[in-house]
Design a protein around this ligand. Structure first.
Ligand SMILES: [Zn+2]
Length: 204
């Protein structure tokens, strides 16, 4: 007898796993092998011929600025429920990175912004993601938390809740933002984040 599927807490963060068992076109079980003229394993369907590629995901967002302040949102969703973040989310099909960043700012913070320059593009290979943040200027202070945020708040640099930030790409972007602001000019930064737990055996 098979156990009934475990009920999922609606707050549980549960993206579909990367590992694919069935062809998304015809439902036949896939096999993992290296296709001709390729150099790594893909999920192949021997029934309809589909090759299923898996590629990194793009997260797009903004650094919304109001005078000396930066707007942050406190997350109402997993992962990192209750932690503070810059408005950002997964890019949708059919939009540009700039449009996605502006949309996420509107959805998560209810904020209207004038979009500025690209600021950070952060590679996170361990999470199979790239995070892209644009500078943005708030057009007014008429913002409000969207369904994915508990609250939205303007912060001075001295008041940023560094210990309660949701993601390293957010803290990295904020550190670079305040550093550049002190210098008086904003560059484009492209750091790579190392895996959180270094794969170094104990004792070595
Ligand atoms: Zn198929």
């Amino acid at each position: 007898m098979t156990a009934p599927p475990r009920a999922l807490d609606p707050l549980t963060y549960f993206p579909a796993p990367r590992l694919q068992h069935f062809c998304s076109q015809c439902g036949t079980p896939v096999t993992y092998r290296v296709p001709a003229d390729d150099n790594r394993e893909r999920a192949l369907c021997d029934h309809c011929g589909a090759v299923h590629y898996q590629n990194p995901r793009l997260v797009v967002g903004t650094v919304p600025v109001w005078g000396e302040h930066v707007l942050l949102c406190r997350r109402a969703i997993e992962p990192r429920h209750g932690y503070w973040t810059l408005p950002a989310g997964f890019m949708e099909l059919g939009e540009t990175t700039l449009q996605g960043a502006e949309r996420e700012t509107q959805e998560e913070a209810g904020a209207r912004v004038e979009m500025g320059n690209l600021f950070t593009m952060i590679d996170v290979p361990s999470a199979e993601q790239v995070h892209v943040f644009y500078l943005a200027r708030l057009l007014d202070t008429d913002f409000a938390p969207g369904p994915e945020s508990l609250e939205t708040q303007l912060f001075l640099e001295a008041d940023i809740p560094w210990e309660e930030l949701a993601f390293r790409t957010v803290s990295t972007t904020l550190e670079l933002f305040f550093e550049d602001r002190r210098k008086g000019s904003f560059g484009v930064h492209t750091p790579t984040l190392a895996p959180l737990r270094a794969a170094v055996p104990a004792g070595s």
